[in-house]
Design a protein around this ligand. Structure first.
Ligand SMILES: [Fe+2]
Length: 242
């Protein structure tokens, strides 16, 4: 982590003193800044991969689905006009939104039936756990906040803060829709996933209460058309996931 801090400090120091432009000739200083920027980018990717592997170890990832849904999130973000920095946070939040489940006991995570009130209260802590971990990483502070709010509802009935409407970060609102869709269509040991048409119907039904209507509209505009391809890529068919 000290290396990460050093790299980021170097970038900040150089960036404040040098106006990098592709039109300017490369100097030893600007080349060094470029190298450090590339190292920061590589380090960021490594952190994301490492956390993803942790999720895999805990069997909390859905493999191809997870990656594909992150791509969908990015497409929604681009359609909605998010800036580059927000899109980068969106990618992190889409992939790692449930990282806080690492702190939830397996007996609760894998319970086949309904959770009792105490178990559910503990499960609802996972956004805070995820935020608490990711906010400690330089460059991940904003994504940590987006993860903190990925279970808020548009009508204020979500958690942990009960934020409403535009109080909820747009990245969180996008992840909420993608995550809900993924949960609905995915099969679990104790239940089969919903047909994707039914999942889309439920997204529309809860638009304006649980979900941001603009996000839902944007998502379903291409999700329906690509669903068969996605399930094929995951090694399943649409019907086998029903
Ligand atoms: Fe979650």
């Amino acid at each position: 982590m000290q290396f990460a801090l050093l790299v980021i400090a170097l970038v900040n120091e150089r960036a404040s003193g040098l106006a990098l432009s592709s039109n300017l000739p490369w100097t030893p200083d600007s080349l060094r800044v470029k190298q450090v920027e590339e190292q920061v980018t590589a380090l960021r990717s490594s952190v994301i991969c490492a956390f993803n592997q942790l999720l895999d170890l805990k069997d909390l990832n859905t493999g191809v689905h997870s990656t594909r849904l992150a791509e969908w999130g990015m497409r929604v973000g681009q359609e909605l006009g998010l800036e580059e920095a927000e899109l980068q946070n969106l990618e992190v939040a889409a992939l790692l939104h449930d990282i806080g489940k690492m702190g939830i006991p397996d007996a609760i995570l894998r319970k086949p039936g309904r959770l009792d009130p105490d178990e559910y209260a503990l499960m609802k802590k996972h956004p805070e756990y995820g935020w608490a971990v990711l906010r400690m990483l330089p460059g991940f502070e904003r994504a940590a906040l987006d993860i903190l709010h990925h279970h808020e509802n548009l009508d204020g009935k979500g958690y942990p803060a009960g934020l409403k409407g535009s109080e909820i970060p747009i990245v969180s609102r996008i992840v909420t829709v993608i995550d809900a869709f993924d949960a609905m269509v995915s099969s679990r040991p104790y239940r089969v996933g919903l047909p994707h048409e039914e999942a889309v119907r439920r997204l529309i039904e809860s638009s304006g209460t649980q979900f941001d209507p603009a996000v839902v509209r944007c998502f379903i505009s291409f999700a329906q058309a690509e669903m068969a391809t996605v399930f094929a890529a995951a090694g399943t068919s649409v019907s086998s996931a029903l």
